[in-house]
Structures are given as structure tokens and as C-alpha cells.
Write a protein that binds this ligand. Structure first.
Ligand SMILES: [Zn+2]
Length: 269
């Protein structure tokens, strides 16, 4: 079920019946020459909608704000200042919960959000919230990783690559420009190799200055459909586990009861 396609009454019912809302988040950023700016959020939303058909949940409308400062040197990137981005996510979570969803699944369609989303999860311990936030993992089982590997022909992946281009061909074939795929694959330039693994914000750019990582020449729609099946199956399974989960809400309550007690004793009460 898609939030924006439900009536107000139907959304209220869906919140009561499923309790779970999926926020599939991507960004607007360059994807080499052959994929479009919205690739991440379009694919993540498509996968979330298919998974929510298998394991009923409500999917929040397409969401294209996230951490993508590393694409600010290219046309079409849309970024928000850090404080606003944080406020935006936390405000949207509050609104989802105010509408009756006590479990929020933050489904990540963009690698750059890996720096932000775990922090958002930790933010749920700053103050007690009426929701639990879950970040499902991609490629969580070795069996699925092996199935994915068996579909792919190229070794190096990351951005606008064989996987992402194939996946986009499955979801939005009209948005893929195979005639514009670069002639050469994009391997990491490793310009920061002397840092011995130390992280810096410019690191991804240091490897991939053209926002292309991998080799899209091997992409096909058939591979994309097979990859999508695995992703949908994985997310549907995660939604079912999250629905059944009582541990996180229980521990959140326990944690905040102790936190309140600690505050009271700290105040001398
Ligand atoms: Zn992407």
C-alpha cells in the first residue's frame, strides 16, 4: 500500500492493521552518464512497494532527501544543510508515528546514507519516541549473497554499475540510456591510499570522481528482474520479522524507565 494512494480512512485502517510504515530513502545525484538523478529513490521505492505487497505494510511517498554532499560538484544534486536534514528525518518519523505507525522501517537505497542512518537509529535513545526505528540490512544472508553473485558477470560494483543499471532496467527501463554507458569501467582511483584506511568525507570522491563505480556494460533487464526478486524477498522477510518483534519496543520502554529513574536520582528526588 502506498501512503499517497490511500484515502484518509484507509490509511488509518492500514496503520491499525499493519502497524508498519516503510520509508524508502534515496537521493538526487549523478549516476554516471547513463542513469538518471532519481535512480536511488526510484529503485528503493519500487522494491519497497513490491515487498509491501507480499508482507502488508504502508510505503511512505517517494523520499529523495539524504546525505549526498559528495555530489555537490555535479548538476542535479539536491542537498540540505546538515541540521535541516536531521530535523527533516526526525520530523517525518514523528509524523509517521502520529498517524498510528509504531514501527518505522527506514529502507536505504543510497550508499551515502550509511553515514547518516545508524545515527538516526541512535537518536531514538535521545528521548522516548512512540515508534521503534528499524534499518533492514541489504545482503544479510550468505545464501542470498551467493544468489546475487551468480547473476552478475562483473567483479567491481558500487554506483551506476552492472547491478544498479540492471535493477533500473527492471523498474524503469525508459530511464536507462545504455547508449551512453562509458566505454571503460570505473575502478577505484585510490587517491587516498596512503591514509591506510582512515576515513575522510572526500574518500568516495577520491575513488570515483565521475560518480561511476563498476561496469554497466554487462547490465540487462533479466539480471535486474532476478536481482529485484532477491531484494524484494529480503525486505518482505525483514518486514515480517519487524512486525513480529517485541524485543525492541520492550527494551526501549525498559531503557527509558531506567533513564527517568536515573534523572530523578540525579535531581536528588
Ligand atoms: Zn545509486
Amino acid at each position: 500500500m502506498q501512503w499517497e494512494q490511500l484515502t484518509s480512512t484507509d490509511l488509518g485502517r492500514a496503520a491499525r492493521e499493519t502497524g508498519v510504515c516503510i520509508l524508502a530513502a534515496g537521493v538526487l545525484e549523478r549516476h554516471s552518464e547513463h542513469l538518471t538523478l532519481g535512480t536511488d529513490y526510484l529503485n528503493a521505492h519500487a522494491i519497497a512497494c513490491l515487498a509491501a505487497e507480499r508482507e502488508p505494510a504502508v510505503v511512505f511517498p517517494p523520499f529523495y532527501f539524504g546525505q549526498i554532499y559528495e555530489a555537490r560538484c555535479f548538476p542535479g544534486a539536491v542537498t540540505l544543510r546538515p541540521q535541516l536534514l536531521l530535523e527533516l528525518f526526525l520530523g517525518v518519523f514523528d509524523e509517521i508515528a502520529r498517524n498510528g505507525f509504531h514501527k518505522i522501517v527506514l529502507y536505504n537505497g543510497h550508499g551515502g546514507n550509511n553515514h547518516l542512518f545508524p545515527f538516526l537509529a541512535q537518536c531514538t535513545l535521545w528521548e522516548e519516541k512512540p515508534y521503534a526505528l528499524y534499518l533492514p540490512a541489504w545482503g544479510s544472508s550468505p545464501e542470498r549473497a551467493a544468489r546475487r553473485q551468480a547473476i552478475l558477470e562483473t567483479e567491481h560494483h558500487g554506483h551506476a554499475c552492472e547491478c544498479e543499471t540492471s535493477m533500473t532496467m527492471a523498474n524503469y527501463p525508459e530511464l536507462v540510456h545504455m547508449d551512453r554507458v562509458p566505454d571503460e569501467p570505473a575502478l577505484p582511483l585510490e587517491r587516498a591510499r596512503d591514509l591506510r584506511g582512515a576515513f575522510a568525507g572526500i574518500r568516495w570522491y577520491s575513488d570515483y570522481p565521475e560518480h561511476y563505480a563498476g561496469d554497466a556494460r554487462a547490465a540487462t533487464r533479466e539480471k535486474g528482474l532476478a536481482l529485484r526478486d532477491i531484494a524484494v524477498e529480503e525486505l518482505a522477510e525483514a518486514i515480517a520479522a519487524i512486525k513480529a518483534d517485541a524485543v525492541v519496543p520492550t527494551l526501549n520502554r525498559e531503557f527509558f524507565a531506567r533513564e527517568r529513574a536515573q534523572r530523578r536520582s540525579g535531581n536528588g528526588a
